[in-house]
Design a protein around this ligand. Structure first.
Ligand code: UDP
Length: 234
């Protein structure tokens, strides 16, 4: 089957890398995600990744720490995940580059849009660490920004939950599952797919978002092949 998308931006949240205790990196989750991404890479899809850091630290966690400082700490947390993903890809024979918006040249390339695109064209997976490089933003917003910059066909939002619901399905048994949504609905109904800044950026730049559950093996492949799983925001 011919993949539906040529170039994708995958958002991997920190939580998706953590084990049941929701902290740190689980070997199983890490290698599982790398294997799913390898499957779609083998179809010739160009893959860029924005990785979160919530499995280690979120800016809003540090109550007594100045918010900007706490956010910079969160950006450092994303770098640990980026390095772990790079290692997991390389172990599976997939070449991968890490680019960070905050320079740390001993361990990663500084973010460079043209170089990122040339890596993608050469078949390398590109992992973007340290978010936008600025506090008060999120890695969701980074995903929207980088997707626009590299002209990705879609943002694949690999989540723990399998789709977008009207309420948290674990709390509310009457929560409705959405197959398709408009960006405007996500913003107006505050559906929590991504933060409002990120959703607005996607709406303004016409970027589609495909939300699906990553725990189920093969879902990434289904999403790439255009099968009806999860929720599509367009
Ligand atoms: N962060 C930031 N600017 C950015 C991206 C991230 O300040 O452009 C910080 C922020 O503190 C955030 C943390 O990094 O809480 C981790 O990112 P995020 O919460 O988006 O990770 P996720 O929830 O996806 O694991």
């Amino acid at each position: 089957m011919k993949p539906r998308y040529k170039r994708v931006l995958i958002k991997v949240s920190g939580e998706a890398l953590a084990g049941p205790d929701k902290f740190g990196i689980s070997d199983e989750m890490l290698s599982g995600i790398a294997a799913q991404i390898k499957e779609i890479h083998e179809l010739g899809v160009q893959i860029a990744i924005v990785v979160g850091g919530g499995n280690f630290w979120r800016g809003r966690t540090g109550q007594s720490i100045d918010r900007a400082t706490a956010d910079y700490m969160g950006m450092l947390a994303t770098t640990m995940n980026a390095m772990a993903l790079q290692d997991a890809f390389e172990k599976q024979g997939l070449p991968a580059a890490v680019q960070t918006a905050i320079s740390m040249t001993q361990i990663a390339e500084p973010y460079n849009r043209k170089k990122a695109i040339s890596h993608l064209e050469a078949g390398k997976v590109v992992i973007f660490g340290t978010g936008t490089g600025s506090p008060f933003f999120s890695t969701d917003t980074t995903s929207a920004l980088r997707a626009a910059e590299i002209d990705a066909d879609v943002i694949l939002l690999a989540k723990k939950v399998d789709a977008v619901y009207s309420a948290d399905p674990e709390v509310d048994p009457n929560a409705i599952k959405y197959d398709q949504l408009a960006h405007k609905e996500v913003i107006e109904k505050q559906l929590g797919v991504m933060d409002i800044t990120a959703a607005t950026l996607c709406m303004e730049n016409n970027i589609a978002i495909h939300v699906f559950g990553v725990s189920e093996k093969g879902n990434m492949l289904k999403a790439i092949n255009g099968e009806k799983i999860g929720t599509i925001v367009r």
